[in-house]
Design a binder for this molecule. Structure first.
Ligand code: UDX
Length: 453
């Protein structure tokens, strides 16, 4: 058995689509480099083991039912997972260590950063831990910065590293980091961020699903701030193209529809796996799409619209437009859609996976962030990288239509379209031998092997 096959990595997943996808992609990448993989995951939203025959799956009792997950707020649910899963995870890994698994000794726990209790488990078991950021690297600073917001609402960075920098990070005002916090952060939000940051500091390294050129000024700052190596080895999905982890059934009918559309003419509209629209937003979105006169492919998850019979809420004229130049699905094969030559724009909520997937296909974005890290991602897309435009939070049909046309057809958007294409090329270069991702991945493999007793 080779050194790597004798090395088992336990990856700890957080059970939401936007986190499951990158973690399983990372597991696929590490497996392709020879490591044995165990996926530890809460029972809620279990991934399908049949999609990953090489991995061992370890379901962790979480005490959550689907309804309790939906009924509680996101952060309280997360806290419940933390409360319920820590002890079973410790117990299972301890058993693995005692059983002397012939398929490899556990060398390390690699955990989704929000499953911060896994760091404590690793430390109890004397194992090294690595945390994974499934969002942009800058979100690590956002998490670390905000507990220091003072009563007047100003950030007081007591940390010397940040203090002695100019107030700009890659043209991003430090105050922008607060976007991720929302207006009235709950105690559970504060608790989560503090615990995540603390676990971060106690981990041996961080893996981030980002590409070096996207966050080149911030990555070294984060590395010094957390005093541990940071491996920027994104975009994961391009290194693990066969990884399949969709919790919902993908409607592939949209690909045949795209095949019939003119090159770069279609706007793809999707707000990820969590964000929803109320009745007014739904109507404005539909009418904005109608007024834009561009063909569109719109993902309306049944749960994302206010009612299941959402289509009936919309004027008849819109339903006719769907027949002429629109296609609506409940869930799309998004990576395939974005890679399709007919797609020329992506109206997105700026979830980090969607952002990376769009960048990798050179598709310019119309940003409509909803919560969490999405506002920060939107700032990067529209103000720093300049590969998209940001819509106002209040959706209005005229403004939507104008923004779509600017992004996709009008002269004014040409610079954005060209820049998006250039980003695609840079993302591809990062994967080449000697490229930043390729180099960083090789270093990560060596780093993990150095844990071997
Ligand atoms: C959540 C947060 O909202 C996001 O801000 C954070 O960065 C990650 O966790 P989500 O809202 O689901 O994720 O957005 P996103 O990060 O974009 O992930 C969605 C994933 O679902 C993407 O990988 C996308 O390809 C996939 N998807 C989405 C589909 O496969 N089909 C669809 O129809 C829509």
């Amino acid at each position: 058995m080779s050194e790597r096959e004798n090395c088992r990595l336990v990856l700890v997943l957080f059970p939401l689509q936007g986190h499951i996808n990158p973690m399983l992609q990372l597991a696929t990448i590490l497996n392709s480099r020879g490591f044995s993989i165990t996926i530890a995951h809460p029972q809620f939203n279990s991934p399908d083991p049949s999609n990953h025959p090489n991995f061992t799956f370890l379901p962790i009792p979480d005490g959550l039912s689907k309804s309790s997950f939906a009924a509680q707020d996101f952060h309280s649910t997360m806290l419940a997972i933390h409360r319920n899963c820590q002890e079973p995870l410790r117990h299972f890994i301890q058993q693995m260590l005692e059983q002397k698994d012939p398929q490899g000794r556990v060398a390390c726990i690699i955990y989704d950063a929000v499953m911060h209790f896994a760091q404590k488990v690793a430390s109890q078991l004397n194992l090294p831990s690595i945390n994974v950021r499934t969002s942009a690297a800058v979100s690590m600073l956002a998490f670390a910065a905000f507990p220091r917001v003072n009563e007047q609402g100003y950030i007081t960075f007591t940390d010397s590293l940040i203090q002695d920098e100019s107030t700009k990070l890659q043209s991003l005002d430090l105050r922008d980091l607060l976007i991720t916090m929302g207006e009235n952060p709950s105690d559970s939000t504060l608790e989560l961020r503090a615990a995540t940051t603390s676990a971060n500091r106690n981990s041996r390294a961080t893996i981030v699903n980002t590409i070096h050129f996207l966050e080149e000024e911030i990555l070294p700052k984060i590395q010094s701030y957390f005093h541990a190596p940071i491996f920027a080895i994104g975009p994961f999905h391009k290194l693990a193209p066969s990884s399949s982890s969709s919790l919902l059934k993908e409607d592939t009918g949209c690909i045949s529809w795209l095949d019939k559309q003119v090159s770069r003419s279609v706007l793809y509209v999707s707000f990820g796996s969590m964000a929803g629209l109320n009745e007014e937003q739904l109507l404005e979105t539909a009418m904005g799409l109608a007024m834009s006169e561009q063909p569109f492919l719109w993902v309306v998850r049944t749960s994302s619209a206010c009612r299941t019979e959402w289509l009936e809420l919309l004027p008849k004229e819109f339903q006719e437009i769907i027949g002429q130049r629109g296609f609506v699905v409940k869930w799309a094969p998004q990576k395939e859609v974005l890679a399709h030559g007919a797609v020329g724009g992506f109206w997105t909520h700026c979830g980090w996976n969607s952002t990376l997937e769009s960048i990798c296909e050179g598709v310019p974005m119309l940003c409509w962030p909803v919560f969490g890290d999405q506002g920060l991602d939107a700032k990067y897309i529209s103000h720093i990288w300049k590969i998209g435009l940001e819509l106002e939070a209040k959706l209005e049909r005229g403004k939507i239509a104008g923004a779509i046309r600017r992004l996709m057809v009008e002269e004014e958007g040409e610079v954005i379209r060209q820049k998006a294409q250039a980003f695609k090329e840079r993302a591809e270069q990062s994967l080449d031998v000697g490229g930043s991702t390729n180099t960083s991945l090789n270093e990560l493999v060596e780093f993990i092997l150095s844990f071997q007793p």
